[in-house]
Write a protein that binds this ligand. Structure first.
Ligand code: GDP
Length: 706
C-alpha cells in the first residue's frame, strides 16, 4: 500500500516539493510516476516531522517527568521512550501526571531491559547508516528517522560519528560500545604522537607521574646525579636483583612517583624528539657550580626551550671549594633563565650529586613543577608508549625499554612499534622486578618483539595479532619510500606547510664564523617583517655546523643556516640521514635575501570576501536546534552552494551560517540566480525569522608579499 505525497504534504501543512526534497534526502524511495511512497515510510516521515514540529509537547512531557523524578538522566530516557513509541502508539502527552508517571516508568524499564538483553555492538569512531542498519537489523529508514528527530538529516551512505550513534542507539534500545580504533597508520607515519595521546575524554584522565630528562655540559655530573637519585629513592627495596641501566627508572618521593630517563645528555632527548616522540615532561639542567655555563649548557637550554618543556636548574658540585652558585645564576640570566631568587621564575636548586645534599629538595621541586603542569593520562585505554632504549638481547631477543604515555600495557598485549610487532611476553624494571602491568609514565624493559626497534619509536597496543602484523607490514612498506620518522623539513616542505597554514614559524639554527657576523646577521634577520610568519632562531653559535646542530634541526623541524663556516662530513651525513637542509653562505646579503624570499613564499594568502548575491527568507519550513530548511528567493546576484553566508536583519549583521544543500524545486543545485526561488538546508546559531536577508560571499585568495 502506498500514500500520495500530496496527501501527506497537506496533512503536514507543507509544500509538496519541499516534502519530496525532504524525503529524498533521507534516502527514502519515491515512486516518481505516481508521486507516492510506501505506507510504512509515510508513517515514519509523518511521525518524525510531527515530533519535530511539536517540540513544545516534548518540553511539556519532559518537564512533567522532571518534576516527578527530578533527574536529568531520566529526562533523556523519557524523550527516548517517546521517540520509541512515536510510530504506532503515540504518547498522549496531555494525560494526567499520575498516568504519565506509571506509563513512563514502564517504558523506561522496557528500554533498559531491551538494551541490557542485547550484547553490546562494537562501533568504531564512525559508521554509515547502512552498516549500522546491517549490524542492528533495524531498517535504515527507521535509523534515518531517529537521526531526524535529533535534528540530523542524513542519507543512507553517510558516516555518522560515534557520539551521535550512541544517542539514537539509546532511543532504539540498542546497546553499543566504542571500539577503540588503533591509531591510523598515517598518524604513526607522521610520528604524530599528539594525535594518539590527546583523543581522550577529559573526564577519564588521571594524574600521572612526571617523566624527567637530565641534560647539561659534559662532566657537570648528570650521570652521578641519576645514580644518586636512583640509589637514594628506590621504590621497592625488596625487589632484589642487580640494578640494570635499562634506559629509564622510577623513584618515589613522599608517595609520589617520578620517572627518570636514564640516558644523560641532550643527544638521547633530541634523537627521540627527532622521531616525533614526546617522552619528557621536565628537563633538569645540570650546571657545575665551579665551572658555570658551557657550550653544551646553552645547547641543552635551547633544546628544552624548543621542546617547550619546563626547565629546573640543578647547580651541582656545591661541595667543591670553587663552587659559586650565584655566579652560575648570573650567567644563566644571559640565556633567558632567571632564578626565582633573582626575581625570575626558574627553579634553581643547589645540589651535590656526590654528597646527596639538595637532592630531596630537587625531587620536591620536580613534583611541584609536575603538579603545576597538570600531567594527565587515561589509564584504562590500550597503551601508547615511547621507546627509550632498544637492543638485541642474547637470551631474550629484541628488547625495548618503554615509558607509557597513556593507557596501560599488560603481559599478553599485542603491540606494534614502527615496523616491528609482537606480544608482550615479559616486562622487567631496572631492578629486575617482573611486572604484570604498566600504567601511565611507568617504565620497563619489554620482550616479545619481532625485531629490534629504535629509541623514539612509538609503541601502540592493537586488538589482535593479525592487526599487529598487518599494520607493521604497512608501515614497513611506507618506510621503504619515505623517511617517515624524521621531523625535519626541506625548504620546499617548509614553504608548502606555511602556505597551507600549517606552520606559522620558520625555525632556524644559525652558525657563523665570528661573534661580529653572528650578531650582524641576527640583527638583520630581526628587521624582516614577521607579521604573519615569524622567524625563530632556536639556536645559534660560532663555529662549524655540528651533528648536534643537525639533530636539533631534525627534532624541531628547523633549517640550519651557516655563514662562512664549514660543514664537516659527520654533520653532512647526519643531515642526509635525517633529511635536514643545510644552507651555507659566504655573503650576508645573499643569506638575508634567501630568508626573506623564503618567508615571502611562506606568507599566508590574504582572504578577500566578495559579495555574490542576496537572498530573502520567504518561509521557514523546518527548524531543529541550529538546523533549518528555508524557502528563499534570490533577490540579487546569485547564491552558490559553497557560498559563505552572513545573516542580516534591518541591515544589521546577526551572524554567519553554513549551507548544507541548495535546491531548486527538488533538484540539487550548485548555484541559483537572481529572480529564482530556492530551498536551503542551512545551519546557524542565529534565530532566523522570515524576512531575514542572507548575503552570499565567495572567498578569494590574494597573495601577499613583505
Ligand atoms: P656527566 O658527564 O655530566 O655525566 O658527569 P659525571 O656524572 O660523569 O661526573 C663527572 C665527574 O664529576 C665524576 O668524576 C663525578 O664523580 C664528579 N661529580 C659529579 N657530581 C659531583 C658533585 O656533586 N661533587 C663532586 N665533588 N664531584 C662530582
Amino acid at each position: 500500500m502506498s500514500t500520495k505525497i500530496a496527501t501527506l504534504a497537506k496533512k503536514l501543512d507543507m509544500k509538496t516539493n519541499v516534502l519530496i526534497a525532504y524525503i529524498k534526502d533521507f534516502g527514502f524511495e519515491i515512486d516518481a510516476k505516481n508521486k507516492t511512497i510506501e505506507d510504512e515510510l509515510a508513517e515514519i516521515v509523518e511521525d518524525e516531522l510531527k515530533q519535530v514540529l511539536k517540540k513544545q509537547d516534548e518540553m511539556d512531557t519532559a518537564e512533567i517527568y522532571d518534576e516527578i523524578v527530578g533527574q536529568e538522566m531520566e529526562k533523556d530516557l523519557i524523550k527516548s521512550q517517546r521517540k520509541q513509541t512515536a510510530g504506532k502508539e503515540k504518547t498522549k502527552v496531555k494525560k494526567s501526571k499520575e498516568k504519565e508517571e506509571v506509563k513512563t516508568e514502564k517504558k523506561i524499564s522496557t528500554i533498559t531491559e531491551t538494551a541490557a538483553k542485547k550484547d553490546a555492538i562494537e562501533i568504531e569512531d564512525s559508521i554509515t547508516i547502512k552498516e549500522f542498519a546491517e549490524k542492528t537489523n533495524i531498517s535504515a529508514a527507521k535509523i534515518i528517522g531517529e537521526l531526524m528527530k535529533n535534528g540530523i538529516i542524513a542519507n543512507i551512505n553517510q558516516e555518522i560519528d560515534y557520539e551521535t550513534i550512541s544517542i539514537i542507539a539509546l532511543d532504539l534500545g540498542i546497546n553499543i560500545k566504542r571500539k577503540r580504533s588503533a591509531a591510523k597508520i598515517e598518524d604513526m607515519m607522521e610520528g604524530n604522537l599528539s594525535k594518539l595521546l590527546y583523543e581522550d575524554d577529559k573526564s577519564v584522565l588521571v594524574t600521572r607521574p612526571p617523566v624527567v630528562s637530565i641534560m647539561g655540559h659534559v662532566d657537570h655530573g648528570k650521570t652521578k646525579l641519576l645514580d644518586t637519585i636512583r640509589n637514594t629513592h628506590v621504590i621497592d627495596q625488596e625487589a632484589g636483583g642487580i640494578t640494570q641501566h635499562i634506559g629509564a627508572y622510577q623513584v618515589e618521593k613522599n608517595g609520589h612517583k617520578i620517572t627518570f630517563i636514564d640516558t644523560p645528555g641532550h643527544e638521547a632527548f633530541t634523537a627521540m624528539r627527532a622521531r616525533g616522540a614526546k617522552a619528557t615532561d621536565i628537563a633538569i639542567l645540570v650546571v657545575a657550580a665551579d665551572e658555570g655555563v658551557k657550550p653544551q649548557t646553552i645547547e641543552a637550554i635551547n633544546h628544552a626551550k624548543d621542546a617547550d618543556i619546563p626547565i629546573i636548574v640543578a647547580i651541582n658540585k656545591i661541595d667543591r671549594p670553587g663552587a659559586n652558585p650565584e655566579k652560575v645564576k648570573g650567567e644563566l640570566v644571559e640565556h633567558g633563565l632567571q632564578a626565582e631568587s633573582w626575581g625570575g621564575n626558574v627553579i634553581m636548586v643547589p645540589i651535590s650529586a656526590l654528597t646527596g645534599e639538595g637532592i630531596d629538595k630537587l625531587l620536591d621541586m620536580i613534583l611541584l613543577t609536575a603538579e603545576m603542569e597538570d600531567l594527565k593520562a587515561n589509564p584504562v585505554r590500550p597503551a601508547v608508549a615511547t621507546v627509550i632504549e632498544a637492543h638485541l638481547d642474547a637470551n631474550l631477543g629484541p628488547v625495548a625499554t618503554v615509558v607509557i604515555n597513556t593507557g596501560s600495557l599488560k603481559i599478553g598485549d599485542n603491540i606494534i612499534i614502527g615496523p616491528a610487532y609482537g606480544k608482550v611476553k615479559r616486562m622487567q624494571s631496572d631492578r629486575g622486578k617482573h611486572l604484570k602491568m604498566l600504567c601511565p609514565s611507568d617504565t620497563a624493559q619489554i620482550a616479545g618483539l619481532s625485531e629490534t626497534v629504535h629509541a623514539g619509536d612509538i609503541l601502540q597496543v592493537v586488538s589482535n595479532e593479525k592487526e599487529a602484523r598487518q599494520k607493521a607490514i604497512a608501515i614497513r612498506d611506507i618506510m621503504k619510500v619515505k623517511n617517515i620518522f624524521s621531523q625535519a623539513l626541506s625548504v620546499k616542505d617548509l614553504a608548502s606547510r606555511i602556505k597551507s597554514g600549517n606552520l606559522k614559524t620558520l625555525k632556524i639554527i644559525l652558525k657563523a664564523d665570528t661573534q661580529g657576523s653572528l650578531e650582524a646577521i641576527k640583527q638583520s634577520l630581526d628587521k624582516i617583517p614577521q607579521e604573519k610568519v615569524s622567524l625563530k632562531i632556536i639556536h645559534n653559535g660560532i663555529g662549524a655546523i655540528t651533528e648536534s646542530d643537525v639533530m636539533m634541526a631534525a627534532a624541531g623541524g628547523a633549517l640550519v643556516i651557516g655563514f662562512q663556516v664549514e660543514t664537516p662530513v659527520l654533520a653532512t651525513k647526519a643531515a642526509e640521514k635525517h633529511s635536514v637542509e643545510i644552507l651555507s653562505y659566504r655573503i650576508i646579503y645573499k643569506l638575508l635575501e634567501d630568508v626573506k624570499n623564503l618567508l615571502e613564499g611562506l606568507l599566508e594568502d590574504e582572504i578577500l570576501e566578495i559579495e555574490t548575491g542576496k537572498v530573502e527568507i520567504i518561509k521557514i519550513f523546518f527548524k531543529k536546534k541550529h538546523d533549518y530548511i528555508l524557502g528563499c528567493k534570490v533577490t540579487n546576484g546569485k547564491i552558490e552552494r559553497k557560498s559563505t553566508i552572513k545573516i542580516f536583519r534591518n541591515n544589521q549583521e546577526l551572524g554567519k551560517g553554513d549551507i548544507f544543500s541548495l535546491q531548486k524545486v527538488d533538484k540539487k543545485m550548485e548555484e541559483v540566480k537572481e529572480g529564482n526561488e530556492c530551498g536551503l538546508k542551512f545551519s546557524t546559531s542565529c534565530e532566523l525569522i522570515e524576512g531575514d536577508t542572507l548575503i552570499a560571499y565567495k572567498l578569494e585568495k590574494k597573495e601577499r608579499s613583505l
